[in-house]
Design a protein around this ligand. Sequence first.
Ligand code: KIV
Ligand code: NA
Length: 277
Amino acid sequence: QKKVTISDLYQKKAEGRKVTMLTGYDYPTALVLDQAGVDSVLVGDSLGMVCLGYESTVPVTMDEMIHHVKAVRRGLKRALLIADMPFLSYQISPEQAVLNAGRFMKEGGAEMVKLEGGAEMAPTVEAITRAGIPVCAHIGLTPQSVSKLGGYKVQGKDVAGAQKLIDDAKALQGAGADMIVFECIPSPLAAAITKASSMITIGIGGGADCDGQVLVYHDIMGLSGRRVPKMAKQYLDLFGQLSQAVSQYCQEVAGQSFPAEEHGFPMDPAVVAQLKF
Ligand code: KIV
Ligand code: NA
């Protein structure tokens, strides 16, 4: 199978074929995603919440991200691997951002990096792309600044808010971003920016007219153990099925129906007979 490149995704946009993206945080999940044919896998800093148990994405470190990016790298043959820059790994200076984006490429084997923020991030996006690293921007609900936004809520509903997102997208495109995530913005706004933009637009709560869609793996699989957010669709209830399997295992061990004879290793009775205890 041929590897997915950013040019392939631009081609899809040009032809009106939708780009598929899901988050993934480990090797077995990467195998599933790749073999099922998803275009791109995002090692999102959402891993802090869904895999590491943090309250928000703010505490996630570069080292934690790299650990997971490397695991996902080993599982992908085909899908484009995108690494999410965690809080404070790119906000301090463009130099800091290039160094950390470079770590994702060199150590993690990523093919693109993602960072949150609007026009204020344009110089940073420019520095990273000038270093030869493709960038995916992320505007709308940007979870790393949830304290500043005052909660996880839809962005760009009024004229000023919507205009800011339009201007942000323009600035990020001008700075060289190839892709942009719209998180929780009104569908007509996402559609209009998509139409006006040369970047590949990816929605998560951005409606059907984005160039592609992304969701958090644990949400669609029902693995998070919490109610899924409005923009997600839950395809499976793995949390329930896994809990069920664990309690069945515990019951069988307690009730001595596991292990059965076939799960053990026999020994020749003649050998047993010669042993001294
Ligand atoms: O961290 C993440 O998973 C993300 C996607 C939801 C876009 O940023
Ligand atoms: Na993220």
